[in-house]
Design a protein around this ligand. Sequence first.
Ligand SMILES: C=C1C[C@]23C[C@@]1(O)CC[C@H]2[C@@]12CC[C@H](O)[C@@](C)(C(=O)O1)[C@H]2[C@@H]3C(=O)O
Ligand code: AKG
Ligand code: FE2
Length: 330
Amino acid sequence: MVVLSKPAPVEQMSVIKTHKSNSFFNGIPVIDLSRPDAKAKMVKACMELGFFKVVNHGIPTGLMARLEAEAVKFFSLSQAEKERDSGISSPFGYGSKTIGRNGDVGWIEYLLMQTNKESVSEISKALIRDNPDAFRTAVSEYLSAMKKLACEILEMMADGLNIQPRNLFSKLLMFEESDNLFRLNHYPPCPLLQGREGKLTGFAEHTDPQIISILRSNNTSGLQISLRDGSWVSVPSDQKSFFINVGDSLQVLTNGRFRSVRHRVLANSYKSRVSMIYFGGPPYTEKLAPLPLLMGEGEECLYKEFTWFEYKSCAYKTRLADNRLVQFMK
Ligand SMILES: C=C1C[C@]23C[C@@]1(O)CC[C@H]2[C@@]12CC[C@H](O)[C@@](C)(C(=O)O1)[C@H]2[C@@H]3C(=O)O
Ligand SMILES: O=C(O)CCC(=O)C(=O)O
Ligand SMILES: [Fe+2]
């Protein structure tokens, strides 16, 4: 892949921590969605890691490739073009080297958007001068496929947990007002690190606040997850598959049975990483609390009830690495 943008000046790099790179982990659970044991394996993965890979998902590779090409085209524009005033209000639109509003930095540039048709159309028109329609259709078609896949996976989780109705989780993503987000990330190669020990932080460690995240990347590694003992392991990239993160909200709904996975991205010295992440979130007014029908007799309820709006408002005041759920524990 071509080098997409100029590296930042060296003085900016000092604020981005370096890490020793870890070897690849071969214990990522792989869930074949076409197999009858998929539901049980998924629930086990959500309980142990909060993270798994799905194969045989039925999403055409062409859909992913088309969107990746559109993303590469956008990130290849000049910095001035990407940063021109688009009228899109924060936190949405184009961002580079800073994530959120609370001082997080990374070796990254990105596009963050809401997933409804109007927002996708608005962002396409505002940022893409050359053929905004090609970008808009690639994003829209990908998002429809992601919503369907997220719902299918959440329904399999409900089945695996033996709870009904099976759309108990998935319905939260299906409302017109559901707060589903989408992010295209680009981690440029970092030539200044070539031949040196250590890696730059691309996206600092965090858990995703939503219910579920579906991540797809090109064939450049960089994603790491934290295991239960707190150690970090590298996830081998696989551009044909999707990686699923359990988010904080699903940890709450399941009273901690499912764990929201702590993850981060380290930049690569030689290759660009391009990732696309769909975040499935509920409507702002939705009340979240451990599901009574999941609770065993005498089981302690770990979290207070809160609305997604309350959670998100608190979350957006925190730094990436903060544990956002502690404020909502009983
Ligand atoms: C530092 C921040 C960026 C973030 C909002 C926050 O204050 C804490 C959560 C961050 C996160 C992580 C997952 C997603 O990438 C994201 C869009 C989200 O919903 O929560 C980001 C937020 C962001 O980039 O605005
Ligand atoms: O870019 C990636 O691979 C992961 C990014 C991520 O964790 C996020 O956007 O929340
Ligand atoms: Fe994330």
